[in-house]
Design a protein around this ligand. Structure first.
Ligand code: ZN
Length: 502
């Protein structure tokens, strides 16, 4: 298990924390730490002698202690909430190595907790038996305690769970997600498969979503927001899309363009096809993706280099979202043009899924071969350019006859310091408006304007009240960087909605 995964610490047991026994009695373990990768640091536990018969392990994990100072990150840690616990297995489960499939028997012992408490996981509620790999066991969600759910009945195939009462209406949220999920599961040839959503709160003003095995976790901040950027509806669509679109070969840093780019692409496209969002909103969302891409300070950095910065700099973490989206919009346009609209990215996405369902591994190499079947050798050239960080222009014929690219200039949002840790100013970047305003590292933030409003409105200034050496001060500045050339999609006048052909 990792001791640290994508910026989040885990229970990180030492050798003594796990006790083991087999037919010969007590089994001593030693630990071995692997060299760190961009994704995390992994630890192995090894027996000091040959084992005999079944081996039983016993260990306990306490929830991670979090507070206003905790840096926001993927929702992997185990946390305490409303007296219960909620988090992913990767935080507390030391799983067998390798990618074989095992028979998992999962049971909850609720004999020592108050009556009415429930045990729920990505596999469902209560006792479960399934064939899974170690990775699925670790990358699933687990929650126990005074759990509430929509629907209220136990072990529904589609359900939303929470411990502490969220600042939004769970019934409405569940209905919105189910509508999208039903449409998407049909599109991805997976109708009727179970799906579960877990919701929890952060003790700091930032939220987000993390998708794992047939489920995702939605986190909201002390400001009630589920994200500092986009809107809840698109975050939900993005996380649900992850359920189907990911490579099963290759390192995260090399394949994130696919999982994040595809999630961005099909979140907005299928939300529109399902009628969940308007054409206006479609235009706004795809244009935001283009803007995110062109204004990212790492827009020209190759994928492997970006991967090394993922978990230190949130702006690097965003690169695969924008880059993947732009590349896939381009592939979609090229395939449609080449086949006179008979084929599109849909066929490629479904082909990846069908291969994976038949047990095949699909990664970058297989992808390029699949695209080359339609686009020829240009597919490889295009792919290498994307990996290398070459600028991707919006193709003239993308998203049908309703939309056309438009070049614009803009000043990208630039808070000036670490956006994921807002209790105090950290990682202040010199030459930013924030630094010029007089802010300094370690200034304790008392209050600040909502980041989301500043992101949406390029003229909106940021006002921050902070405490330094016992005294309070207030500064205001325009949270924007230097002007860059960017592009967006604009609706072509005169083309009726019915001909939009998305
Ligand atoms: Zn994602």
């Amino acid at each position: 298990m990792p001791t640290f995964v994508v910026g989040v610490p885990t229970a990180a047991y030492d050798a003594k924390a796990i006790s083991a026994r087999d037919d010969l009695g007590e089994l001593q373990l030693t630990t071995e730490d692997e060299p760190p990768t961009p994704t995390g640091k992994y630890r192995r536990w090894l027996p000091v002698r040959a084992t005999a018969g079944d081996v039983r392990f016993h260990y306990g994990a306490a929830p991670r202690i979090v507070d206003a100072q905790t840096r926001n990150g993927p929702l992997f840690d185990l946390r305490s909430e409303a007296g219960g616990v909620i988090g992913s297995g990767v935080y507390f489960i030391a799983a067998p190595p390798g990618d074989e499939t095992y028979r998992l028997s999962l049971a909850w012992d609720l004999s020592k907790v108050p009556a009415g408490w429930r045990g729920v996981s990505s596999f469902g509620e209560g006792r479960k038996s399934e064939l899974v790999t170690s990775e699925t066991l670790a990358f699933s969600y687990y929650a126990a305690g005074p759990i509430n759910s929509v629907p209220e009945k136990a072990d529904a195939a589609f359900a939303l769970y929470w411990l502490a009462t969220p600042p939004f209406e769970p019934i409405g949220l569940s209905r919105d997600i189910q509508q999208l999920y039903t449409y998407m599961s049909r599109f991805f040839e997976d109708e009727g498969a179970p799906y579960r959503i877990f919701v929890r709160g952060n003790p700091y003003p930032a939220g987000g979503g993390t998708a794992l095995n047939r489920s995702f976790m939605l986190g909201y901040g002390t400001d009630g927001q589920t994200s500092s950027g986009g809107d809840t509806q698109m975050i939900l669509a993005h996380e649900v899309t992850h359920n189907w679109l990911r490579f099963n070969r290759g390192e995260h840093a090399d394949t994130a363009w696919y999982s994040e780019g595809m999630a961005e692409f099909y979140a907005v496209l299928l939300a529109r096809r399902a009628g969940v969002i308007s054409l206006d909103k479609f235009e706004r969302v795809v244009s935001e993706h283009a803007s995110d891409y062109y204004t990212n300070p790492y827009v020209g950095l190759p994928n492997p280099e970006v991967g090394k910065k993922f978990w230190q700099d949130p702006r690097a973490q965003r690169v695969p979202y924008g880059r993947g989206f732009m590349y896939l919009a381009r592939v979609d346009a090229l395939v449609r043009a080449q086949t006179n609209n008979k084929r599109s990215l849909d066929d490629l996405a479904l082909e990846v899924l069908r291969r994976q369902r038949s047990g095949a591994k699909v990664g970058n190499e297989e992808w390029v071969q699949m695209v080359a079947e339609t686009l020829g050798p240009a597919a490889k050239k295009d792919f290498d350019a994307m990996v290398g960080g070459e600028r991707i222009e919006i193709p003239g014929n993308s998203f049908g006859p309703c939309f056309a690219p438009q070049t614009v200039t803009e000043r990208p949002f630039e808070l000036g310091f670490d956006e994921y840790k807002l209790a105090a100013v950290t990682g202040l970047r010199p030459d930013t408006e924030a630094a010029k305003s007089g802010l300094a590292n370690a200034d304790e933030i008392v209050s600040m304007s909502p980041i989301r409003q500043s992101k949406e409105d390029p003229a909106k200034s940021m006002t921050i009240t902070f405490r330094r050496a016992g005294a309070e001060h207030t500064v205001s500045y325009l949270p924007r960087g230097a002007e860059v050339v960017s592009a967006r999609w604009r609706r072509v006048p005169g083309v009726p909605d019915a001909e939009c052909n998305l």
